[in-house]
Design a protein around this ligand. Structure first.
Ligand SMILES: C[S@@+](CC[C@H](N)C(=O)[O-])C[C@H]1O[C@@H](n2cnc3c(N)ncnc32)[C@H](O)[C@@H]1O
Length: 518
């Protein structure tokens, strides 16, 4: 352990991952739902990520927002070297990564409109948390937004011993960190299967172990072996950021901003009788047994004075139907609450937003929605987003884009590089879209089809994808079982290629990720 990492493991590199909640568009929309004016992003803006790991969120967002400047900081020099490579191959002129700890950021870093830290706050030493608060104080611009994720209470209460068992057993083992977490996981499974009393008394903890077995060992090492792992109550985090002059302004995913979508009706009375956000957020976490939070804070938040102001301040956001073929009634399970969207207003909104992506002001003016009070329409659109019916994007999406003709190309060098390195890597692949201002996730198998189609063309696509699949050792699954028969596998690959070309490819064209090759 070095003083710089302060108990955070540095001998195992993390795993790459893209997290859409970290996008400026998601943070801006969540703030605007809470009547807070977010920073503008149409022109130049600045974004800082603390503890950016291998930088997949940072670089994907930089590729999706060429007008923004993206800076990542990480104490692990291997992580920064990998990001530098991705920045070079992706030809990203607006991103850079700095290898340093939070206490020694360059003096001339300046102020940022967005500051984000995911997978950091719960896992670092108390003095490092203090450094994070200092960074927020001095580097977040007035009105800027900060996103912080953390392990939350009470959801972690029954799981905390799992972390304790893993860490204590790993400390007794020999070998590198990956070997020690592997041994610790085997021990955990052993005592769970032999019905140790802790697991008998906590059946949910016993089931949780199955999820751990599916995880990458590098992820598990970073999640569980850091010396200072902590889970926080919302009020503790709000208190810490409050001491640095930041106020809570909302949370992600979007539905967590709607208390009636987070807790059952019998718990909702408190929300009607108090306007104290500390009380309602805590009440929500107790009623929903929240285990993880993504919270947004702001320095000197500017509160919108009227609904009309939202139309002025954030009317650069666009809304569209979340995916083709969605129909009503639309039922969604949001964890504690299952909700159903239906009714004539939603039927019309669904029709309107299937044809084109629209700003809120355009939705209000749409002829087919005439007669509905503006407040009802805005509420329906926001609730539709919260329930996954609609999507919010940073710019217009060409829903009626011309069909692709002839050979197809992946437009940006960044996305081409991601496809070349990550397809069939066993993890979802995120591609950047300038139209939406965020990343779009494909399965790694679909990513391989796209890569083959766009790099070598459609002739012999099925055979090439099949050969890559066989070479990678990755198996296809049918009804939860690996497909071992060669003919059955080839048929599956063939239907996957056809489905990808018919359904996913036109969607990627709408997002500006692929286009007809010149
Ligand atoms: C769990 S990883 C999360 C990475 C990334 N945010 C993600 O979600 O993929 C935490 C990262 O924080 C970095 N980190 C931990 N302590 C740090 C410190 N004191 N200064 C800078 N980086 C730190 C680690 O090296 C690691 O890459």
């Amino acid at each position: 352990m070095t003083a710089a990492s302060a108990g955070y493991i540095t001998d195992v590199d993390y795993i790459p991952g893209f997290y859409p909640h970290m996008s400026p568009v998601a943070m801006r929309y969540a703030a605007s739902l809470n009547r807070v004016v977010p920073p503008a992003t149409e022109k130049r803006f600045r974004y800082l990520e603390l503890g950016c790991g291998l930088g997949r969120s940072l670089t994907t967002l930089a590729a999706a927002n060429p007008q923004g400047e993206f800076v990542g900081v990480d104490v692990n020099a291997n992580h920064v070297a990998a990001i530098d490579k991705d920045i070079a191959t992706g030809e990203l002129a607006n991103a850079r990564a700095i290898a340093c700890d939070f206490a020694t950021l360059p003096k001339d870093l300046g102020r940022f409109d967005f500051l984000a830290l995911h997978g950091v706050f719960s896992w670092v030493a108390p003095e490092v948390r203090q450094q994070i608060l200092e960074v927020a104080k001095s580097h977040l611009a007035p009105g800027g937004l900060l996103l912080v994720s953390y392990n939350a209470m009470p959801g972690w209460a029954h799981l905390q011993p799992i972390r304790g068992i893993l860490r204590q057993y790993a400390a007794l083992r020999q070998g590198d960190t990956v070997q020690r977490i592997r041994d610790a996981l085997n021990y955990l499974v052993f005592i769970r299967d032999k019905k140790a009393k802790y697991f008998e008394d906590n059946p949910r903890a016993a089931a949780y172990v199955d999820g751990l077995l599916k995880q990458d060992l590098r992820y598990l090492a970073h999640e569980y072996l850091n010396e200072h792992w902590t889970s926080f109550y919302f009020s503790e985090v709000a208190g810490m950021f409050g001491s640095a002059g930041l106020a809570f302004v909302g949370s992600l995913p979007i539905h967590t901003n709607f208390w009636d979508l987070c807790v059952r009706p019998e718990f909702q009375e408190l929300f009607r009788t108090t306007s104290n956000r500390l009380v309602t957020e805590s009440h929500k976490d107790f009623c929903a047994n929240t285990a993880f939070r993504w919270d947004i804070y702001a320095t000197e938040p500017r509160v919108m004075q009227s609904p009309e102001e939202r139309l002025k301040q954030v009317d650069d956001l666009y809304f569209r139907v979340a995916r083709p073929g969605i129909s009503l009634p639309h039922q969604v399970n949001l964890g504690v609450v299952t909700s159903t969207v239906q009714g004539p207003l939603y039927e019309t909104l669904l029709k309107v937003l299937s044809k084109s992506s629209l700003r809120l002001s355009e939705i209000l003016k749409d002829k087919s929605l005439k007669g509905n009070p503006a407040a009802d329409l805005i509420r329906a659109v926001d609730a539709g987003v919260a329930m996954g019916l609609f999507d919010v994007t940073a710019g217009p999406v060409k829903i009626t884009a011309k069909p692709l003709k002839g050979s197809v190309a992946v437009v940006s060098p960044f996305n081409r590089a991601v496809l070349a390195s990550d397809s069939l890597g066993g993890r979802p692949v995120a591609l950047a879209s300038v139209a939406t201002g965020t990343g779009h996730t494909l399965g790694d198998f679909d990513a391989a089809i796209l890569h083959e189609l766009t790099s070598e063309g459609p002739d012999g696509l099925v055979q090439r994808v099949d050969a890559r699949l066989t070479g990678s050792g990755r198996s296809l699954q049918q009804e939860g079982k690996p497909v071992t028969d060669t003919t059955a596998r080839q048929q599956l690959v063939e239907s996957a290629c056809a489905a990808f070309t018919d359904t996913s490819l036109p969607q990627l064209a709408q997002l500006g990720i692929v286009a007809t090759a010149d």
